[in-house]
Design a protein around this ligand. Structure first.
Ligand SMILES: O=P(O)(O)O[C@H]1O[C@H](CO)[C@@H](O)[C@H]1O
Ligand SMILES: O=c1cc[nH]c(=O)[nH]1
Length: 269
C-alpha cells in the first residue's frame, strides 16, 4: 500500500532541502552569471518613486541594474559616499517581497530596513504619519511556509528605536502596531474593527512576512510605513480616500529622510 505523506504549510520535522534556494538561484541561468556582492545594510523600499528620487537627487552608483530575483529584477543602488548601505525595491505583496529579501540576503546583506506605505484605520493615526511598529500582525501566507507560530512578527528593538528617532526629524512618528494582509479588497469594516481590537492601526501587504523571514535567518530588521490613505472609521462615517493635499511633498520628505537614516546606519558599521 502506498504511504501517504501528510505535509503542513510548515513542518518543524522537515529536514529535506529546499529545491530552489536564493543562494543557488542567483548563480543559475535564470539568475546571473556574476552575482553582485551587496553591502551590509539594505533599505528595501516597498513603494514606488524612491529609487527614482535617489537617482535624481543624490550622487549614486548602480550596484546592479537588475538584481537576480526569481520574480522581479529591480535595480540596486548606493550613494557614492556611503558604501555600506544599498537601496532597492521589493516586489509588491508578501511572496514577491520575500523573493527580493531572500535575494539580497543571499548577496551579503546583514541588516534590513523596510520602508513602505500603509492604510490607517485608527483615530490615533492620520495620513502623513510614519508608523514604526514594535510588532506586526500577520494575515499573509508567506510566513507560514517559514515558521509554525507566526501570528506576530517582531522587530529589532535597537533598529526600531533608531528609526523612530531618525524619522521624527522629518515627519510625525507613531509607535503603533500594524497588520499585513494578502487581500487588499477584503479589508472589510468588521475585519478592520478586529485589527483595531488587537491594537493595530495600519495595514500593508509585505512587512510582517519580511520581518518574519529576517527573524528566521537571525537578521536584524525593522519597518516603517508612511500612512498613505485613511480608511473609514465607524464614528466618522467618511469613505476611503488616498493621500492628502500635500501627499506628494510628504512622500518626498519621507523618502529623503529614509535615505538619510540609511546613510547614518551605514556609517555605524
Ligand atoms: O507604487 P506606489 O505608488 O508607491 O504604490 C504602492 O504602494 C501602495 C501600497 O502600499 C500601492 O498603491 C502600491 O502600488
Ligand atoms: O497595503 C496597503 C497600503 C496602503 N493602503 C492599504 O489599505 N493597504
Amino acid at each position: 500500500m502506498k504511504q501517504r505523506i501528510r505535509m503542513h504549510w510548515f513542518d518543524p520535522e522537515d529536514r529535506s532541502e529546499a529545491v530552489i534556494t536564493a543562494q543557488r538561484h542567483v548563480k543559475s541561468s535564470h539568475g546571473t552569471s556574476v552575482p553582485p556582492v551587496l553591502p551590509e545594510v539594505c533599505v528595501l523600499f516597498e513603494m514606488g518613486r524612491a529609487l527614482d528620487q535617489l537617482r535624481q537627487d543624490y550622487p549614486c552608483e548602480v550596484i546592479s541594474e537588475h538584481l537576480p530575483c526569481f520574480l522581479d529584477n529591480p535595480p540596486c543602488l548606493r550613494l557614492r559616499d556611503a558604501p555600506h548601505v544599498c537601496f532597492t525595491k521589493g516586489g509588491y505583496g508578501a511572496p514577491a517581497a520575500v523573493d527580493t529579501l531572500e535575494t539580497v540576503l543571499a548577496l551579503g546583506v546583514k541588516k534590513v530596513i523596510v520602508a513602505g506605505l500603509c492604510g490607517v484605520f485608527d483615530p490615533r493615526a492620520q495620513v502623513g504619519d510614519v508608523l514604526i511598529p514594535t510588532r506586526i500582525y500577520s494575515e499573509e501566507g508567506t510566513s507560514r511556509h517559514y515558521v509554525e507560530n507566526c501570528e506576530w512578527a517582531g522587530t529589532d528593538p535597537a533598529l526600531c528605536a533608531f528609526l523612530r528617532q531618525a524619522m521624527a526629524k522629518a515627519l510625525p512618528v507613531k509607535a503603533l502596531d500594524t497588520v499585513t494582509t494578502d487581500a487588499v479588497y477584503r479589508q472589510t469594516m468588521n475585519k478592520e474593527a478586529a485589527w483595531r481590537a488587537r491594537g493595530c492601526a495600519g495595514v500593508d501587504m509585505e512587512a510582517a512576512a519580511l520581518l518574519q523571514v529576517c527573524a528566521v535567518y537571525g537578521i536584524p530588521a525593522a519597518a516603517m510605513l508612511l500612512a498613505s490613505d485613511g480608511h473609514p472609521l465607524p464614528e466618522t462615517n467618511t469613505g476611503w480616500s488616498w493621500g492628502s493635499v500635500n501627499f506628494a511633498e510628504v512622500r518626498k520628505r519621507y523618502i529623503d529622510q529614509i535615505i538619510q537614516a540609511g546613510v547614518q546606519l551605514g556609517k555605524e558599521i
